[in-house]
Design a protein around this ligand. Structure first.
Ligand code: ADE
Length: 243
Protein backbone atom coordinates (compact mmCIF):
# COMPACT_ATOMS: atom_id res chain seq x y z
CA UNK A 1 0.00 0.00 0.00
CA UNK A 2 1.27 3.46 -0.86
CA UNK A 3 0.59 6.53 1.29
CA UNK A 4 1.15 9.98 -0.18
CA UNK A 5 1.04 12.80 2.34
CA UNK A 6 0.67 16.37 1.12
CA UNK A 7 2.06 18.64 3.82
CA UNK A 8 4.06 21.77 4.62
CA UNK A 9 6.05 19.76 7.18
CA UNK A 10 7.27 16.57 5.50
CA UNK A 11 10.05 15.96 8.04
CA UNK A 12 7.52 15.89 10.89
CA UNK A 13 5.59 13.12 9.19
CA UNK A 14 8.59 11.11 8.04
CA UNK A 15 10.39 11.28 11.40
CA UNK A 16 7.26 10.01 13.10
CA UNK A 17 6.60 7.13 10.73
CA UNK A 18 10.09 5.83 10.06
CA UNK A 19 10.35 3.99 13.37
CA UNK A 20 9.10 0.78 14.96
CA UNK A 21 6.51 -1.40 13.24
CA UNK A 22 5.68 1.04 10.44
CA UNK A 23 9.37 1.72 9.78
CA UNK A 24 10.00 -2.02 9.54
CA UNK A 25 7.05 -2.49 7.18
CA UNK A 26 8.50 0.24 4.95
CA UNK A 27 11.91 -1.49 5.02
CA UNK A 28 10.24 -4.79 4.10
CA UNK A 29 8.55 -3.13 1.13
CA UNK A 30 5.02 -3.74 2.42
CA UNK A 31 4.29 -0.03 2.53
CA UNK A 32 5.62 3.15 1.06
CA UNK A 33 5.13 6.51 2.72
CA UNK A 34 6.07 9.64 0.85
CA UNK A 35 5.60 13.10 2.25
CA UNK A 36 5.49 15.75 -0.43
CA UNK A 37 6.16 19.36 0.45
CA UNK A 38 3.39 21.57 -0.89
CA UNK A 39 5.81 24.51 -0.75
CA UNK A 40 7.82 22.87 -3.54
CA UNK A 41 4.85 23.66 -5.79
CA UNK A 42 4.50 27.31 -4.80
CA UNK A 43 4.19 29.47 -7.88
CA UNK A 44 5.69 32.75 -6.71
CA UNK A 45 9.29 33.65 -6.04
CA UNK A 46 8.78 33.89 -2.27
CA UNK A 47 7.50 30.33 -2.28
CA UNK A 48 4.49 31.42 -0.25
CA UNK A 49 1.52 29.08 -0.18
CA UNK A 50 -0.96 31.12 1.85
CA UNK A 51 -2.94 34.33 1.46
CA UNK A 52 -5.65 36.41 3.15
CA UNK A 53 -9.23 35.17 2.98
CA UNK A 54 -11.65 37.08 0.75
CA UNK A 55 -14.27 38.77 2.89
CA UNK A 56 -11.81 39.30 5.73
CA UNK A 57 -11.39 37.37 8.95
CA UNK A 58 -8.56 36.09 11.06
CA UNK A 59 -5.53 34.27 9.73
CA UNK A 60 -4.36 33.01 6.39
CA UNK A 61 -5.61 30.33 4.05
CA UNK A 62 -3.63 27.79 2.06
CA UNK A 63 -4.06 28.64 -1.60
CA UNK A 64 -5.59 26.27 -4.12
CA UNK A 65 -2.93 26.14 -6.81
CA UNK A 66 0.12 24.80 -4.91
CA UNK A 67 -2.06 22.03 -3.46
CA UNK A 68 -3.46 21.20 -6.89
CA UNK A 69 0.00 21.10 -8.44
CA UNK A 70 1.21 18.80 -5.66
CA UNK A 71 -1.77 16.53 -6.31
CA UNK A 72 -1.12 16.51 -10.06
CA UNK A 73 2.54 15.61 -9.52
CA UNK A 74 1.60 12.78 -7.15
CA UNK A 75 -1.15 11.25 -9.20
CA UNK A 76 0.90 11.55 -12.38
CA UNK A 77 3.33 8.98 -10.93
CA UNK A 78 0.65 6.54 -9.77
CA UNK A 79 -0.10 3.28 -11.44
CA UNK A 80 -3.88 3.55 -11.41
CA UNK A 81 -6.20 2.00 -13.97
CA UNK A 82 -7.23 4.39 -16.75
CA UNK A 83 -9.63 7.06 -15.51
CA UNK A 84 -9.41 6.06 -11.83
CA UNK A 85 -8.55 8.68 -9.27
CA UNK A 86 -7.10 7.89 -5.84
CA UNK A 87 -9.01 8.49 -2.61
CA UNK A 88 -7.89 11.83 -1.19
CA UNK A 89 -8.50 12.34 2.52
CA UNK A 90 -8.52 15.87 3.90
CA UNK A 91 -7.76 15.85 7.63
CA UNK A 92 -10.10 18.32 9.28
CA UNK A 93 -12.11 18.66 12.47
CA UNK A 94 -15.10 19.00 10.11
CA UNK A 95 -14.69 15.43 8.86
CA UNK A 96 -16.30 12.15 9.82
CA UNK A 97 -14.73 10.74 12.97
CA UNK A 98 -12.02 8.18 12.16
CA UNK A 99 -12.85 4.66 13.29
CA UNK A 100 -11.53 1.12 13.10
CA UNK A 101 -14.15 0.42 10.44
CA UNK A 102 -12.86 3.29 8.33
CA UNK A 103 -9.28 2.03 8.78
CA UNK A 104 -10.37 -1.42 7.56
CA UNK A 105 -12.04 0.04 4.50
CA UNK A 106 -9.11 2.29 3.61
CA UNK A 107 -6.61 -0.56 4.07
CA UNK A 108 -8.05 -2.06 0.87
CA UNK A 109 -6.84 0.89 -1.20
CA UNK A 110 -3.61 0.57 -3.15
CA UNK A 111 -2.92 4.31 -3.15
CA UNK A 112 -4.08 6.76 -0.49
CA UNK A 113 -3.49 10.50 -0.50
CA UNK A 114 -3.68 12.43 2.79
CA UNK A 115 -3.93 16.20 2.66
CA UNK A 116 -2.76 18.11 5.74
CA UNK A 117 -4.06 21.62 6.24
CA UNK A 118 -2.46 24.44 8.19
CA UNK A 119 -3.18 28.04 9.07
CA UNK A 120 -6.90 28.71 9.14
CA UNK A 121 -7.77 26.25 6.40
CA UNK A 122 -7.66 25.66 2.66
CA UNK A 123 -9.32 27.43 -0.26
CA UNK A 124 -12.60 25.54 -0.67
CA UNK A 125 -12.26 25.20 -4.45
CA UNK A 126 -9.32 22.82 -4.39
CA UNK A 127 -11.07 20.73 -1.77
CA UNK A 128 -14.08 20.45 -4.07
CA UNK A 129 -11.80 19.50 -6.93
CA UNK A 130 -9.69 16.74 -5.36
CA UNK A 131 -10.96 15.61 -1.93
CA UNK A 132 -13.03 12.41 -1.70
CA UNK A 133 -13.18 11.97 2.11
CA UNK A 134 -13.17 14.40 5.03
CA UNK A 135 -11.81 12.79 8.19
CA UNK A 136 -11.40 14.06 11.77
CA UNK A 137 -9.56 12.15 14.48
CA UNK A 138 -11.76 13.59 17.23
CA UNK A 139 -13.63 16.61 18.45
CA UNK A 140 -10.75 18.91 19.23
CA UNK A 141 -8.74 21.29 17.09
CA UNK A 142 -5.06 20.69 16.31
CA UNK A 143 -2.64 23.11 14.67
CA UNK A 144 -2.40 21.01 11.51
CA UNK A 145 -3.32 17.76 9.83
CA UNK A 146 0.09 16.08 10.23
CA UNK A 147 -0.59 14.29 13.52
CA UNK A 148 -4.01 13.10 12.31
CA UNK A 149 -2.41 11.86 9.06
CA UNK A 150 0.16 9.92 11.09
CA UNK A 151 -2.61 8.44 13.22
CA UNK A 152 -4.39 7.27 10.08
CA UNK A 153 -1.25 5.81 8.48
CA UNK A 154 -0.52 3.88 11.68
CA UNK A 155 -4.03 2.49 12.13
CA UNK A 156 -4.37 1.53 8.46
CA UNK A 157 -0.85 0.10 8.04
CA UNK A 158 -1.18 -2.42 10.85
CA UNK A 159 -4.11 -3.96 8.95
CA UNK A 160 -2.01 -4.52 5.81
CA UNK A 161 -1.11 -8.24 5.63
CA UNK A 162 2.41 -8.92 6.89
CA UNK A 163 2.86 -5.65 8.77
CA UNK A 164 2.20 -7.15 12.19
CA UNK A 165 4.47 -10.03 13.20
CA UNK A 166 1.65 -12.38 13.36
CA UNK A 167 -1.64 -11.70 11.70
CA UNK A 168 -3.62 -13.13 14.62
CA UNK A 169 -2.66 -10.18 16.78
CA UNK A 170 -4.97 -8.04 14.69
CA UNK A 171 -7.65 -10.70 15.04
CA UNK A 172 -8.99 -10.26 18.53
CA UNK A 173 -8.41 -6.78 19.70
CA UNK A 174 -10.36 -3.76 20.76
CA UNK A 175 -13.31 -2.88 18.50
CA UNK A 176 -13.58 -6.38 17.06
CA UNK A 177 -17.32 -7.09 17.41
CA UNK A 178 -17.63 -3.68 19.08
CA UNK A 179 -15.97 -4.97 22.24
CA UNK A 180 -12.84 -3.73 23.97
CA UNK A 181 -9.99 -6.16 24.44
CA UNK A 182 -9.89 -8.39 27.56
CA UNK A 183 -7.18 -7.83 30.21
CA UNK A 184 -3.84 -9.58 29.66
CA UNK A 185 -1.04 -10.73 31.94
CA UNK A 186 2.55 -11.90 31.60
CA UNK A 187 5.16 -13.16 34.09
CA UNK A 188 5.48 -13.11 37.06
CA UNK A 189 2.39 -14.90 38.37
CA UNK A 190 2.24 -12.45 41.26
CA UNK A 191 3.30 -8.81 41.16
CA UNK A 192 2.79 -6.21 43.94
CA UNK A 193 0.43 -8.70 45.58
CA UNK A 194 -1.70 -8.94 42.42
CA UNK A 195 -2.22 -12.45 41.07
CA UNK A 196 -2.82 -13.52 37.48
CA UNK A 197 -6.41 -14.86 37.27
CA UNK A 198 -6.33 -18.59 38.05
CA UNK A 199 -8.16 -19.58 34.89
CA UNK A 200 -5.33 -18.30 32.67
CA UNK A 201 -2.93 -20.73 34.33
CA UNK A 202 -5.29 -23.68 33.88
CA UNK A 203 -4.28 -24.56 30.32
CA UNK A 204 -7.98 -25.11 29.56
CA UNK A 205 -8.31 -23.33 26.24
CA UNK A 206 -12.11 -23.26 25.99
CA UNK A 207 -12.51 -21.87 29.51
CA UNK A 208 -9.85 -19.26 28.83
CA UNK A 209 -11.71 -18.13 25.70
CA UNK A 210 -15.01 -17.98 27.60
CA UNK A 211 -13.41 -15.93 30.40
CA UNK A 212 -11.82 -13.56 27.90
CA UNK A 213 -15.08 -12.86 26.14
CA UNK A 214 -16.83 -12.24 29.46
CA UNK A 215 -14.07 -9.86 30.52
CA UNK A 216 -14.26 -8.04 27.18
CA UNK A 217 -18.00 -7.56 27.69
CA UNK A 218 -17.66 -6.40 31.30
CA UNK A 219 -14.85 -4.00 30.39
CA UNK A 220 -16.81 -2.54 27.48
CA UNK A 221 -19.87 -2.07 29.72
CA UNK A 222 -17.74 -0.21 32.27
CA UNK A 223 -15.59 1.89 29.96
CA UNK A 224 -17.49 2.27 26.70
CA UNK A 225 -21.20 1.59 27.21
CA UNK A 226 -21.84 3.41 23.93
CA UNK A 227 -19.94 0.65 22.06
CA UNK A 228 -21.76 -2.14 23.85
CA UNK A 229 -25.04 -1.02 22.32
CA UNK A 230 -23.67 -2.09 18.93
CA UNK A 231 -22.20 -5.42 20.13
CA UNK A 232 -24.05 -8.67 19.55
CA UNK A 233 -24.48 -10.43 22.87
CA UNK A 234 -26.14 -13.79 23.47
CA UNK A 235 -29.06 -13.95 25.91
CA UNK A 236 -26.77 -15.59 28.44
CA UNK A 237 -24.25 -12.79 28.10
CA UNK A 238 -26.94 -10.16 28.53
CA UNK A 239 -28.09 -11.90 31.71
CA UNK A 240 -24.51 -12.09 32.99
CA UNK A 241 -24.20 -8.31 32.53
CA UNK A 242 -27.49 -7.59 34.21
CA UNK A 243 -26.60 -9.65 37.29
N1 ADE B 1 -6.81 19.23 11.87
C1 ADE B 1 -6.95 19.97 12.97
N2 ADE B 1 -7.63 19.34 13.92
C2 ADE B 1 -7.95 18.10 13.40
C3 ADE B 1 -8.64 16.98 13.89
N3 ADE B 1 -9.19 16.94 15.12
N4 ADE B 1 -8.77 15.90 13.09
C4 ADE B 1 -8.25 15.93 11.85
N5 ADE B 1 -7.59 16.97 11.33
C5 ADE B 1 -7.43 18.05 12.10
Amino acid sequence: MNFHIMTLFPEMVMNGLNTSIIGRAIDKGLLTVEAVNIRDYAFNKHQSVDDYPYGGGAGMLMQAEPIYQTYQALTGKMNLPEGRKPRVVYLSPQGQTFSQGMAEELALEEELVLLCGHYEGIDERVLEEIVTDYVSIGDYVLTGGELPAMVMVDAISRLVPGVLHNDVSAEFESFQDNLLEYPQYSRPEEWHGRKVPEILLSGHHANVEKWRREQAIIRTAQRRPDLLEKAELSEKEQKMLAS
